[in-house]
Design a protein around this ligand. Sequence first.
Ligand code: C2E
Ligand code: CA
Ligand code: CA
Length: 773
Amino acid sequence: MNPYSQFIETLRADIALMYNSDEHEMALLRGAHLTSVIRVTPPMMFANIGSGSCILLSFYPVIPTGLWVWFAALTLICALACWSWWHMRDKVLATASVRRLKGSTVHAAALAGTWAVMIVIWFPQAGALQQMTIATLVTGMLGAGGFVLSPLPMASLVYVGLYTLASVLALLACLVLRTEAHYLVIALLLMLYSPMTLIGALLSWRKSSDLIKAQRRAARQGEMLSVLLHDFELDAGDALWETDRDGMLNHVSPRLKELLRLQPDEHEHKRFLQILCERSPALCYLIDEHIEHRQSFRSLPISIEDEHGVRHLTLTGKVLLDEKDRFAGRRGIISDVTDKVNNERMLRTLAHTDSLTGLANRFKLRDTISGLVSRDIQLALLSVDLDRFKSVNDNHGHSTGDALLQVIGRRLTACAGENTLVARLGGDEFAIALWPISDDREPIALAQRVIDSLSEPIAVAEREFRIGASVGISLRMSAGPHMDDLMVQSDMALYESKAAGRGCWSLYSEKIGEQSRRRLAIEDGLRHAVERGEICVHWQPKVSLASWRITGAEALVRWTHPELGRVGPDEFIPIAEQCGLIENLGYYVLEEACRAATTELRGLLISVNVSAVQVQFGHFLQDLTALLEHYQLEPQRLELELTESVIIDDPDQALDMLTAIRQTGVRLALDDFGTGYSSLSYLRTFPFDTLKIDRSFITELLTRPDAQAIVRMISGLAITLNKRTVCEGVESAEQLDVIRALGCDEIQGYLISPPVALEDFPTALPECLSNVT
Ligand code: C2E
Ligand code: CA
Ligand code: CA
């Protein structure tokens, strides 16, 4: 298809679309085109009647009656057109139907038809001057009408077509009637330029159609943009602003009004900056520099206070330049960040508060101390630990525990007074910072107040609890310890208080620091002691007084620390218990005992010390039976030595556990008997086979008569309850004689042998000590 026919084809298709399609888009296009034609109706009709009058005039004085009739018809058509325009004059046709468009084509055809009638009837018989008048008129009307009607291509086509047809017919009639060749020339000319007029009209239609469509698109985008902006302002809580080069606001949205609490006309006589500065003077100072240097700015804070409270906004803006790069104003966003600011503030408070007690938390305490340290203020730090909180929590539930902690928090605050910060560090740990101080009297007095206050009973959930507390104090009197040191030192002092029996305070000293460091070194070393082969077991024989034979051996663990040298079990076992390392260590000793029992120490009753913490580990019983099985050791050859601490914490659970152990056939001994809370009822209910009378009674046996009485009573009790007695720590023959007289079953002590390595384990006993005959 050549470009020309392609052009014709698309033009035809476009016209067909406009005259047939029901689409809304097309209806809008029709409406716009029709409106532009209707708008020129009055001048067009005026031109028609004027032209008609000129024709009448050109026939004057002999105006044919027919011509009058014709003029009347023309006037009627024009009047009808004006009448319908009059009704429409104020309306804008948004859309127009196909019918309406076709109606306009009919109207154009009627008008052109009326003129055609005049041309066909009166042109051939008219005189030369009249013909010239008509010809001029046709030329003008054809051109002008064709273009005026160009928005409606079919009307334009019909109009130009009818004019041309009538004119050509009239010219041909003249050619026939007057045989003048130039009529043919004129007809040819007419047939040449009327298509030109038509093409011009169609191109103009095309162009205006495109323009209308583009305007529609732009309008739609504009609508979309304003909807989006509106949504944006509603959703984001933000408002857009724009100022001109004088700093006056260009447009004030309702959101902006609301955010800045603008008075109705305020923005019309005040510059934007002035409005902002009146509301937030601090902003003036901030923004001045940016404004001066015509810089962009981002998130400048504005706080507006009014009867509704404080509203936090941020201001962001950039400079606008015109096409010649000159300053043309500013544009930006004001955001409402009130919620964000409030939330952040709340989070900050939460981050520094213990939610249960409302006291400060660890972060806040550290913050405060580091502030005081950096200002070199003399201060004291008290670490407070509750003595019997854990058992309340375990036995009465967490809600009781929580209520208790709240009461304790209030008591601590009441004790503390001014220039202090009371914090809960977690669990049952509290701390108090006290400043400024001049010596240790004030913190010591505070520590005593805390201990006194917390030793008073606390009533929660209709019960009374006696909790008690231990306190550790550290001081910073000169540019001495740093914050972390201070916290560590008060913890060390606290540990000292607990070790000293709780319910007391300790002030950190170098000695405490030294002990603490040793403790840490032990704890550290213990972690790898077993696997590094630093641990071994020594054995101490037990001797039966009845047969004067070695009947048993007690396993006692030994540790040689690479730096600290020999560390006694009295020191490291409690640490192992606290750090959860006892399980591993205990298992090692138990296994070694089972092994030795079936080899070197075959035939003896093997005693193993087991700590309360160790028994409470879930799989102790399983480990025990597995070891017995593995070494094929008869259970009655093994005896576990336990202290009363296993019973104290939870007697019911201990009874279950010990009964289960006893049921395997393994024997049980109550170690260090007489030192603890020994209750006779425990002795009856718990399945112990042996009572080991504590060394302290044996040591005092010769010096204190009551020690003898106690030992006599215990051995008597044991006989009644059908239990054996072992006296430990027998060092002299004199002690042995007394023990014999008091009726104990077995002895153990340096008199026979200290604990020794397996290879040194004694095989014979000194006969001189024997009174067995
Ligand atoms: P214990 O069970 O009362 O052990 C007896 C302690 O008295 C041992 O101290 C032993 O060496 C010491 N001893 C024995 N005869 C005499 C004597 O005639 N005079 C003096 N002055 N002392 C004597 P050791 O070995 O230092 O053990 C101390 C504690 O450590 C033990 O007290 C026991 O409670 C604990 N222990 C030792 N080994 C283990 C173990 O393997 N597991 C557990 N859980 N605890 C252990
Ligand atoms: Ca023991
Ligand atoms: Ca003992």
